[in-house]
Design a protein. Sequence first.
Length: 641
Amino acid sequence: MEGFLRVDQNVTMLPGSPSNSFLADEVASTCPLLTPSPPTNDLINPLPEPEQPSFTIGEELASKLQHVKDDDKEGGDSASSSSSALAEPVCTQLLNHRHNTYHHISKDEISSTQETNGKVQPLQLTFKKPPVDYFFMTWNWPLIRKIALWIFLSGLVAMMALVVAMITALPKTCNPPTLWFQGNVIYEIFPASFTDSTDDGIGDLKGISIRADYLQSLGIKGVRLNSIFASEHYPEHYDNVTSLIELEKQLGSMHDFKLLVDALHLRNISLILDLPLWPNIERLKGDTIEVHEFKEIEYNSPSVEFLRSASLVKEDEHDEVTKALYYWLEHKVDGFYLKGLEHHLGDPHFVASLRRWKRVLGPDRPIIIDHSVIRNAPKSILTSILANVDLIDVHLDMEDGTDNFSKQIESYLNSSLYSQPGMPWIHWNLGNINTPRLANRLLANRLYHNNATLGVTLLQLLLPGTVSIFYGDEIGLKQITDPHDDKKDISNLHNLAPMIWNQPNQPNVEFSHPGVLPWMHGVPAQVSFDQVELISKMIALRSKSPSIYVNSVTKDGVTKANAEIKRFVENDLMVIQRWYPRRRNYVVVSNLGAVHREGDLSRSLYSGDVVVGPRADSRPESVSFKSISLFPGESIVIVLD
């Protein structure tokens, strides 16, 4: 650095350079503008002039400065004459950039801005193109933007649809849940008497499939088929079965059975089979083999679980019941009624067998037993029986009058079946395959009114538990009339009359092809199809009302049936009231006497609205319990205010 510039304080000042002269002139020109007249305050003493240092430059730097000076002279000679002629004041020169060339700023820096008529132009910046294009610069960005927009909109629509689906899937009511066989209605069918599709006079499985829409219109949740197994002479000796697996050929093939199951399941109707244990099974077998709970499989598809379980069962050829359960579960049967189980109560393997069968079925497939099993079972095994069955079939007798009928119901409502949670539900029936027809029993009880079957069915549908309706009772079907004793040898089967599907102008209309005589023929009886609509309406009301379909209520640790029975007017008027917390209460008032009754029930009840009954042509209306009038066999269902 000493070769370029050196500061020497003692050396005499060099002659002023043009740049030095310019700086001095600049200071002098600005002072008059920025400084006022001599100050009036003489006390202010000016500062002494600072001594300027003396600069000494080297030869190399001097040559470079001389080179710059020569360049400036070449550019400024042409304008020197005009500048001298049109000399402007110093202040103007300071404000005019064109005549104020700063020698201490390089030429490139001065030319970086451009002016026009004294106005500063905006600085324009440019970018050099990169030497190589990036890969994404060749993409079709308009198309990409469209696709991205559609993806966004599609995602937005999908999210909105998901939200709507979740909202619609939410339960619309807060009713307590139950299993499908609890609190609903099961329809019992004797297949040979329902519908004949082959014109041989005997009903069959295909005929039941044809009537699947009718079953759905009733609102039932289950169909129970009486024995469908091969027997020595079907249908007259239907109970003398030769196998618990082989299907009776008169009823059709296994393909027909599959079509029936599919038709019912498509309509949300489950299938229950009667499994006749006695006298076909002489003794039960102990739990000597491992049994696995059956898992749902597809029809005719391989299942490791099923094959494994079935192979274990085959090790013991005497365990016919377990083999039958596995076989029919493979064909999508949903439950079983163990007929004649009460005859095996003395078997030492009774409890072990019952436990094994329940493990096979699981919790969603019910085991139904007759109440005689509970009534006759020793106390030592009663708890085990109740823990392994789901429904207890109870038949209500009406032959002994209204008072006895109501006491039957009360005895069950006050039993341990309703006093403890988790107990089996009662399966109420007014008629079944083993009893005379309901319509005939009502006539024997002097209930001659045409709506008697409707009245007692409405009362039955208000009972707490599961309800069973025997085919034809919904239309008041009667037993066959055999005036010439053509069927005297099978008089115990007269209750299995062929189902009537239209008002009969001729015998057995639409049960079979015209001209085909049914296997159980007789004089046709008058039936009432008008009451079917009221029964289906009552079933629908039952299925959505916890006050009706729930069988008990637990409060403060105490469980009891949510039903109360009352009797009025010489015990002929029977009232059943049903309730559930925070739900509307329902009552059914029935006249089970032989004469017209009118009574005042306002001591216990006030007012309400009629929802069903008492006749097929009745309309909903408000009713006061101050005066209730019913003919024999009539019932009226009322929702309380």
